[in-house]
Design a binder for this molecule. Structure first.
Ligand code: G3P
Length: 222
């Protein structure tokens, strides 16, 4: 399973990219709004920060409601990156979003259909030519449903029917989500930087490092 960072924060994106574990970045209107910067400027900045990743998702803004409006925004976003292949247009899971997805997919532009909460929605997005589909785990857990089970089922559906869309497990809130979606067959988990930090740690790693340091100090002092 590949890891994307779910963030519009340049400091976090830079840190995660430097570690060398990133295959992509996902953003959404809420994440960009939190940064208090102009949307297009931040997308441009992110694209420059992570030149070697396979995908940077830039979402059409909520004021684009029709397929035509979404396509018009997508065309502006694609220009930011000089038509480079790693920009991915993130579209909402609506009929208009799917129509825009099909249009962009037919033009060879990568797409990510977001806010997926059912297997049927994932099927529709895959059939509309989505490169990525984004089921939201944490938000299903929030309403007492099992978000990971959705990923299990979508992965099975895509396998049975040979659908090429990649599953991005999104709304990932903690390390256990990461392990479980990896085992469930998600192609990608997009996670906040805090989760990348958490999954890098274990108390026994810290204890082991302390012991190495103490033993080393003793040996050097003689
Ligand atoms: O990737 C989707 C994510 O940004 C939403 O996460 O925690 O707001 O449900 P959350």
């Amino acid at each position: 399973m590949k890891l994307f960072i779910d963030s519009a924060n340049v400091v976090d994106i830079k840190k995660a990219y430097r570690v060398g574990v990133l295959s992509g970045v996902t953003t959404n209107p809420s994440l960009v709004a939190k940064e208090g910067v102009k949307f297009e400027d931040r997308i441009e900045e992110i694209l420059k920060l992570v030149p070697k990743v396979e995908s940077v998702s830039a979402e059409v803004t909520p004021d684009a409601e029709t397929a035509e409006e979404m396509i018009a925004q997508a065309e502006e976003l694609i220009k930011i990156n000089n038509y480079d292949k790693n920009i991915t247009i993130k579209l909402p899971m609506t009929l208009d979003g799917l129509e825009a997805c099909r249009y962009l997919a037919d033009k060879g532009i990568k797409t990510n259909v977001t806010l997926i909460f059912t297997v049927n929605q994932a099927l529709l997005a895959a059939r509309a030519g989505a490169t990525y589909v984004s089921p939201f785990l944490g938000r299903l857990d929030d309403i007492s449903e099992d978000g990971v089970q959705l990923v299990v089922k979508i992965a099975e559906l895509f396998r049975i029917h040979n659908l090429d869309a990649q599953i991005i497990a999104a709304s990932v809130r903690h390390p256990d989500h990461v392990t479980r979606v990896a085992m469930a067959g998600a192609h990608i988990a997009t996670v906040p930087f805090s989760v990348i930090e958490q999954i890098s740690k274990h108390p026994l790693t810290d204890q082991g490092l302390d012991k190495f340091a103490a033993d080393w100090k003793k040996a050097v002092k003689g």
